[in-house]
Design a protein. Structure first.
Length: 421
């Protein structure tokens, strides 16, 4: 059974009005991403080549004309009776010619199959454009959630700095009162500076992550939502998602390549069959010759049959190309199935990581609260407070990373199963 997989976002941590969701960056990447634009041009080229091949099957019209000045005029007089005669201009002084020639292939199986192969190649290019879009979307998804994680990390680092600064104020007041020694004061200042370093690292991640996201999508990240809070529902069974692999653009493009290769192979075989073309030519001239007519036409058939060693070798080479294309298509299908398998297990692992990370955050916050209470009561040391804050920050970082990984895993699994992120 085939089901459609969608990213599930239950609650957003920061529901900012006008925030740019993932869909905005995905839509922008379809228009601005360099790989996507290159793929679109590849499709245009394939469609043009198909049009060129198809155009060779319809009648063609060639028009030519010219003016020729001859040094001598050739005119003869032919008696037509006892007292009458006709003057015929063989070559006039100023000769005018106009020719209209129509040609049409009547029987050319090799050309027919080549045109059909070009049609399949055009279909493959269209599917390959979709495959490129899917690959770009995977990159944008990863960059988007990495950027959200960097933003959340910066917020967590700023909260830790605020707590460290508040703790330092208390420590300085106690030091002025002679309650704490210089060691605790130095530790408090060092903790503030350590958090400054964390903020610097987080700001760098935000800047580089935003630039990467903009490069991939062409959209500068402004206000973005916070990391989604997932309800931790399990992924559908892998067996239910597997049929979706056949609908992937990359797999369909490979199948279209196989069809094109098979048609080219048949065309190489049919090249050994004679081709018959028809032609009709209409000529207008003032050099009438012995016909004595300014307008005359001719029509006929041309027969072309060539059998030589190169034609046989082309057939052999095309058969090898067919087999290579079949192998490439099978490799593509296996890689797509492997990607689905890997994404499914990544989602399964991400679910467990988020569960563990959330439990760590709850425990670390409780430990931090208890430590601050004990510190206020004079039971816990400043070192205990610093360590509890560090543990809380570490737990929050793990939770942020796990949440971003889970959100990304759900979207990537949807793509791998042939659905929408």
């Amino acid at each position: 059974m085939r089901i459609k997989v969608q990213t599930v976002v239950v609650v957003l941590l920061a529901g900012v009005a006008g925030a740019q969701p993932l869909e905005a960056f995905l839509g922008a990447s379809d228009r601005a991403n360099l790989d996507a634009r290159t793929s679109a041009q590849g499709r245009e080229k394939a469609e043009a080549e198909f049009g060129q091949a198809w155009g060779a099957l319809v009648p063609s019209l060639t028009v030519s004309g010219g003016w020729t000045h001859n040094q001598y005029e050739a005119v003869i007089t032919i008696p037509t009776g006892a007292t009458t005669s006709d003057t015929i201009t063989i070559t006039p002084k100023n000769q005018l010619d106009a020719t209209f020639k129509a040609e049409v292939p009547l029987i050319d199986p090799a050309r027919w199959l080549k045109t059909a192969a070009a049609s399949s190649s055009s279909d493959a290019a269209a599917k390959r454009q979709g495959s490129t879009r899917d690959q770009v979307h995977r990159q944008v998804i990863s960059a988007f959630y990495s950027y959200l994680a960097a933003r959340s990390l910066l917020e967590s680092a700023q909260r830790s700095l605020s707590l460290a600064q508040a703790q330092l104020v208390v420590t300085e007041a106690r030091a002025s009162a002679g309650v704490v020694n210089e060691l605790e004061l130095v530790r408090g200042r060092a903790e503030v500076e350590r958090n400054q370093q964390l903020i610097a690292d987080a700001e760098s991640l935000v800047a580089t992550g935003g630039r990467t996201l903009e490069t991939l999508s062409g959209l500068a990240p402004g206000e973005v939502p916070g990391l989604p809070v997932d309800d931790l529902h399990a992924a559908p069974p892998l067996e239910e998602l597997a049929p979706g692999v056949a609908t992937l653009a990359v797999v369909q493009a490979a199948d279209a390549d196989v069809t094109a290769a098979n048609r080219l192979g048949t065309a190489a075989t049919l090249a050994l069959i004679p081709a018959i073309n028809g032609q009709f030519t209409q000529r207008f001239t003032n050099a009438t010759g012995f016909q004595g007519a300014n307008a005359l036409y001719n029509a006929g058939l041309t027969f072309n049959w060539r059998l030589d060693v190169p034609a046989v070798q082309v057939l052999r080479a095309q058969r090898a190309a067919q087999e290579t294309t079949l192998i490439a298509a099978e490799r593509t299908r296996r890689q797509a199935a492997d990607q689905l398998h890997a994404d499914w297990h990544k989602l399964k692992a991400a679910l467990k990581k988020v569960q563990a990370a959330r439990a760590q955050v709850v425990a670390a916050r409780r430990a931090s609260a208890i430590t601050h209470e004990r510190s206020s009561a004079g039971v816990a040391t400043q070192l205990d407070v610093i360590q509890s804050e560090r543990d809380l920050f570490t737990a929050e970082v793990s939770d942020i990373q796990a949440s971003a990984e889970l959100a990304s895993a759900r979207a990537l699994l949807a793509l791998s199963a042939g659905g929408a992120p």
